[in-house]
Design a protein around this ligand. Structure first.
Ligand code: ZN
Length: 1003
């Protein structure tokens, strides 16, 4: 029997939840629901939570940077009460379950809990709950109680969607978010009454249980890794209403949209707005407003339960999607306006890159001074946070060390390095993923290594003694100790010179993001390429939004960089042209400012705009040349003495407080310590002391103890450690760095940090040279070992991509176009026509056409443009059941010792399952079958998985999946002396959808 949808319920001041009239609610659920129903309100409890001012958090009136772990709300499996440290690691963090005591000893001053307890919400929603809910509730209370008054972030990542789908599948389907995209953490549509009820039940139950348990929550994360693009009836109705008001008549709307709706009722009945590209920007903007309104509503709702002072709201973006089609209907400017704190995720890459070993050459051209992509995410958030001086926090910080594709042990300096990098890019807190052991997966150090060695989310686990030798966890505390003497002076916003006086602005274009589903472009890659180049050349850079250009730029900006504005507002485009005419250097992609938000031509932009192809790495050098000619100021630069260029993947930032200046640099792309020239351009007159607080050094200017503007801009010889933060202070007075003045919650420690200025070592240039040389000697054995392993890995990489002993001169391509049914590119997803797998821009448009040596084999790939749109053979798989079971036989007409097949499959299938058979027909009428099994002779086209019995042959990318590939399988012909008449590709009717791209015969 079909389960009817519940009518919407009246919204009362306190959440009113009725049980579904068609279920028999069990007594357990009633008992639990009763404990959370009705009006519940928490009032001021007298405990301290941070205030927010000047864009950062404050405790006890002093600015504070929150450092904490990301923890699960159930830790019993990792710390069984009877034997909390079964592996006998011995470190207190392995012995003692998470709690304030352990955290303070580690150096945490806050924590993030994932996630709010979902069972009370489940009961409030009218679903069944386990009989033992009382025991669970007592356990949760005990768990929360261990954190005492330490400030806590609680997210609402994991609700009771699973229980809802299981107990009420029809209802779950009815309220599912109607989007073709991944939406795990916004499972249901908040616009449907029962979807809205789901979130309110979870928010109320989760908040009440945490507060009853005694958690000192200061930040509620309403959604985790949000994704909202719902095309449901409720949204269609609301959208139609808004559009009727905006356009006045359906004729006006149809003219603008290129549609033929009879009336706005027909708009309200639309099931897929995406198919109208000219309408889509309006729908995307509508949804963006809706999501922001949902955030405001839910914050207000939780506030009705949590009435304590200094309680804030955030949501955590899925940062890698902000510049992708999945977030086309989100506008983080509106999200920022709706929230108190802005939360993001991500981290920096550690581990030897091999750049040092490969040396100057092809590798260098790719990596050269481009900074890691996480810097862009941070700077985008800084731009959002700056709008209203809101603090930003990393709610899911990742810190891993990966070399030659394998997780290797992290160093405590890695933590200090990422935290300083976050701080200098605007962050006021970071919660590291994750405080868990997964103790059930390993028994000893070797087992711990096996669990994390292949990089995955598991390799970020902080309580894995291989990934994080316990002493390396000291890095959290190291950072807090390093920050403590300076935090009063540096944490207020504006913080760095990039905040207060940027010289370069990088444009982020929301009109372009909204249309990413309708064009082929990797916008994120373009943004990272140009922003990374600007940052890596050490310009103070700020991200600005295209729609904000008409309001003008800070007067310090000398250059505007536009990685894409394929779709732009007329006002933004006009403002860019005005800037170019007024003498600001404007460097823009070839496509920028030519079309408006719907793709209609814009007035011709200024010819003074410098045009480059942002899609190409070749654009970086002319971009940097244009910046050099623009007069854009650099407050400080760091150049390697050997190359005269910035270190690879480097960043240099300055916080300038007049008589106290703090400089940070890091070189994420370097593998070994090198000598560098730090040039610091200050405007102040008079003398400064220059010191390195981390190593306790006072840097001498020749034999002088002080420096001035001229000697600083001449350059200071410094050690540039690989992937490790460096800090330098300029101060008017002899530096007094009292690391003993640690925050009250940290116990004194004996240490490796200098206590006072009296302990500073005087270091002149020859002494610094000796430090660099000694570091290089110390690093040499590890580098040599890395080089050996890198060579091994390179050999393995090559072996997975090349068939041995192929005689190219005896190879003949077998044309398959006559049997083909698909092109490589797909214009419209899901129209049952293809090309490729019929998934729109998730296609293989980047397939190399014509003749290529692939996996060592000469192949000829047909060009769909000259073969009637048919170049590949795509066959039946249950995920695409409209493709044929088999293709017409491909004529061969020759003898062959071997056949090579270029192919791959869509979706997935259990390894070993037959996916595709090639039936080879001989001249004597006999046949032979070459059965290709999943992940053996044929593999998935997404990613770069190497099947066991085939070679990776084409590795490319598309905007949806990132890496895509096809593989080359080899068939040894048992009858090389008999002519092969033809080959018939036959689907094995598995879940996987096979595609054949080319065939070659070897005599
Ligand atoms: Zn919806």
């Amino acid at each position: 029997m079909k389960h009817p949808v519940l009518p919407s319920l009246p919204v009362l001041p306190a959440l009113c939840i009725a049980h579904c009239a068609f279920c028999i609610p069990d007594a357990a659920a009633d008992g639990l629901a009763d404990r959370y129903a009705g009006e519940i309100r928490f009032v001021e409890d007298g405990r301290e939570r941070p205030a927010i001012s000047n864009g950062t958090f404050r405790l006890g009136g002093r600015p504070v940077f929150f450092v904490g772990p990301w923890i699960y709300n159930d830790t019993r499996k990792d710390w069984p009460p009877q034997n909390p440290d079964p592996q006998g690691v011995g470190h207190f963090a392995y012995r003692e379950p998470p709690g304030k005591d352990v955290f303070e000893r580690i150096g945490f001053n806050a924590s993030q809990l994932s996630a709010a307890w979902s069972l009370p919400g489940q009961a409030l929603y009218g679903l069944d709950v386990p009989e033992d809910w009382r025991g669970q509730e007592a356990e949760k209370a005990g768990f929360f109680g261990r954190f005492g008054d330490q400030p806590m972030v609680v997210d609402f990542a994991f609700g009771f969607a699973g229980a809802l789908k299981k107990q009420r599948p029809e209802l779950a389907r009815e309220i599912d978010q109607r989007t073709p995209h991944w939406h795990e953490f916004v499972p249901f549509c908040p616009e449907s009454p029962d979807g809205d009820r789901y979130y309110r039940a979870y928010l109320k139950g989760g908040a009440v249980s945490a507060l009853r348990g005694g958690a000192n929550v200061f930040l509620w994360e309403l959604f985790n890794e949000s994704s909202y693009q719902c095309r449901c009836p409720s949204n269609a109705v609301a959208f139609a209403k808004e559009m009727e008001a905006a356009f006045g008549s359906i004729e006006a709307a149809n003219r603008t949209w290129g549609t033929s709706y009879a009336d706005f009722g027909a708009v309200a009945a639309e099931t897929d707005f995406f198919r109208h590209a000219r309408l889509w920007p309006d729908y995307a903007k509508f949804l963006a407003r809706r999501y922001a309104a949902v955030l405001r509503d839910y914050a207000e709702f939780v506030r009705s339960v949590d009435g304590r002072r200094n309680v804030y709201f955030t949501e955590q973006s899925s940062v890698s999607s902000i510049e992708k089609e999945r977030d086309a209907c989100m506008d983080y400017r509106l999200v920022a306006d709706a929230l108190d704190v802005l939360a993001y995720e991500g981290g920096f890459p550690f581990g030897r890159s091999g750049a040092e070993i490969v040396g100057a050459g092809e590798m260098e051209d790719v990596v050269f001074d481009k900074a890691p992509g996480h810097f862009f995410d941070l700077d985008l958030y800084r731009a959002l946070a700056r709008r209203d001086r809101k603090p930003m926090v990393n709610d899911e910080l990742y810190c891993q060390r990966i070399e030659s594709g394998l997780r290797v042990p992290s160093r405590r300096e890695d933590l200090a390095t990422v935290l300083w990098a976050e701080l200098f890019h605007g962050s006021s807190g970071a919660f590291a993923y994750c405080w868990a052991k997964r103790a059930w997966e390993w028994k000893d150090l070797d087992g711990a290594r096996r669990m994390v060695e292949k990089p995955s989310y598991k390799s970020a686990h902080l309580l894995n003694p291989y990934a994080w030798p316990p002493e390396a966890l000291d890095g959290f505390r190291l950072f807090r100790d390093e920050l403590e003497p300076f935090r009063d002076r540096i944490l207020d916003v504006p913080r760095t010179r990039s905040d207060e006086a940027p010289s370069v602005a990088v444009v982020f274009s929301y009109p372009t993001v909204r249309m990413l589903g309708h064009v082929r472009m990797d916008y994120r890659e373009r943004l990272q390429r140009w922003h990374g180049a600007v940052l890596g050349a050490h310009y103070p850079v700020q991200v600005v939004f295209e729609e904000d250009l008409p309001a003008g730029l800070p007067p310090s900006v000398r250059a505007l960089v536009v990685p894409s504005a394929r779709f732009a507002t007329p006002e933004g485009a006009a403002a860019a042209s005005r800037l170019a005419e007024s003498g600001v250097t404007v460097v823009a992609d070839n496509d920028a400012f030519l079309a408006d938000e719907r793709g209609d031509p814009l007035p011709c932009p200024s010819s003074k705009i410098i045009r480059l192809d942002a899609d190409s790495d070749a654009s970086v050098a002319p971009l940097l040349a244009a910046l050099a000619a623009s007069g854009a100021r650099r407050d400080a630069t760091l150049m390697l003495e050997n190359t005269g260029r910035p270190p690879r993947g480097s960043d240099v930032q300055v916080i300038d407080r007049g008589d106290f200046k703090l400089l940070f640099f890091v070189a994420f792309g370097e593998d070994a310590t090198q000598g560098g020239i730090l040039r610091w351009n200050i405007a102040d007159g008079g003398a400064f002391y220059l010191s390195d607080p981390i190593h306790g050094r006072l840097l001498l200017n020749g034999t002088n103890e002080t420096w001035n503007a001229a000697s600083l801009s001449n350059g200071v010889f410094v050690a540039v450690p690989p992937q490790e933060r460096a800090l330098f202070i300029l101060s008017r007075n002899p530096p007094i760095i009292d690391f003993q003045a640690r925050s009250a919650d940290l116990a004194p420690r004996s240490g490796d940090l200098p206590a006072r200025s009296a302990d500073l070592t005087l270091v002149d240039a020859p002494a610094m040279r000796a430090i660099v040389d000694a570091d290089r000697v110390r690093e040499a054995p590890a580098l040599a070992e890395f080089a050996r392993r890198a060579a091994e890995a390179a050999a393995a990489h090559d072996a997975a991509r090349r068939w041995p002993d192929v005689d190219a001169s005896r190879c003949t391509p077998v044309p398959i176009a006559g049997s083909a049914n698909m092109a490589f590119a797909d214009e419209v997803a899901g129209d049952g026509r293809g090309g490729w797998f019929d998934q729109g821009s998730n296609d293989f448009a980047s397939m190399p056409l014509g003749r290529h040596i692939l996996a060592g084999v000469p192949f000829e790939i047909a060009d769909p443009a000259t073969s009637g749109g048919r170049a590949a053979i795509v066959l039946f798989g249950t995920n695409r059941d409209f493709f044929p079971d088999a293709a017409p036989e491909i004529p061969v007409g020759r003898k062959a010792r071997r056949l090579y097949f270029l192919h791959g499959y869509g979706w997935d299938e259990t390894p070993g399952t037959p996916v595709l058979t090639y039936r080879i027909r001989y001249a004597d009428g006999a046949t032979a079958d070459f059965v290709c099994r999943a992940k053996a002779e044929i593999g998935p086209w997404h990613g770069s998985f190497a099947p066991s019995d085939a070679k990776l042959a084409v590795e490319s990318s598309n905007p949806v999946l990132g890496t895509v590939n096809v593989q080359c399988a080899r068939w040894e012909n048992p009858r090389p002396d008999v002519e092969i008449l033809g080959i018939e590709p036959i689907s094995a009717r598995s879940a996987a959808v096979p595609a054949v791209v080319a065939i070659t015969a070897e005599r």
